[in-house]
Design a protein around this ligand. Structure first.
Ligand SMILES: [Zn+2]
Length: 198
């Protein structure tokens, strides 16, 4: 079931137990920490950029000691897609960084439970749930975590020579014909010209 949800006050426990799904969009303007990361030279429309999210909740029951009820563990899967305008550290020009993140979280009841949770799984994070959970902030966290530490174009459109450093400096390939050589007539072309005069 996909239904509208309150991004700032979602009953996350109920959402998981119901096995609910939700999808929607969030505008960058509602994510102040993303706006803070956005390049100054980003297009004026940058605050209108939308991030799409897909949230699904589920429960896993783990067998516990014999005779005791199974332990119920709550999870959410949150995927966020969109783009952020950043300054390229190599050419200093603004570029769009695509964001595509997908993370699974175990939803626990308290900070104490979160502290007690084993932290041995890179693919699984632990969050403290709430009956009025702020999903918007979690979406913002996910986008921030997905931002590159050193933002760069895959290939810069133009690179000033002073900024090209070692193998990391991916300058455009040199043009095959340098402009100066272009102006100079090739000796063969001149020869060909002479031949046609006869
Ligand atoms: Zn660049």
């Amino acid at each position: 079931m996909t239904q509208p949800i309150d991004l700032r006050a979602l009953d996350l426990f109920a959402f998981c137990r119901a096995g609910d799904d939700a999808t929607g969009e969030v505008a960058a303007r509602d994510l102040p920490r993303i706006i803070a990361e956005t390049a100054a030279q980003a297009p004026a429309s940058a605050p209108d950029e939308v991030f799409s999210y897909a949230l699904s909740g589920f429960v896993e029951e783990e067998a516990s000691e014999p005779g005791k009820p199974a332990v119920e563990r709550l999870f959410i899967d949150l995927a966020v897609n969109g783009r952020v305008w950043l300054d390229c550290q190599r050419c200093l020009q603004v570029y769009e960084q695509l964001i595509a993140t997908d993370m699974c979280f175990e939803v626990v009841a308290s900070e104490a439970d979160a502290d007690a949770a084993p932290m041995d799984d890179d693919e699984l994070d632990v969050i403290v749930g709430s009956k009025r959970f702020d999903l918007l902030t979690l979406i913002e966290d996910e986008v921030l975590l997905a931002l590159p530490v050193a933002p760069k174009h895959d290939v810069c459109p133009t690179v000033h020579e002073s900024l090209v450093t070692g193998v990391d400096g991916q300058a455009e390939p040199e043009p095959e014909v340098l402009p100066e050589e272009e102006k100079r007539p090739s000796p063969f072309a001149a020869l060909a010209g002479l031949k046609t005069k006869h």
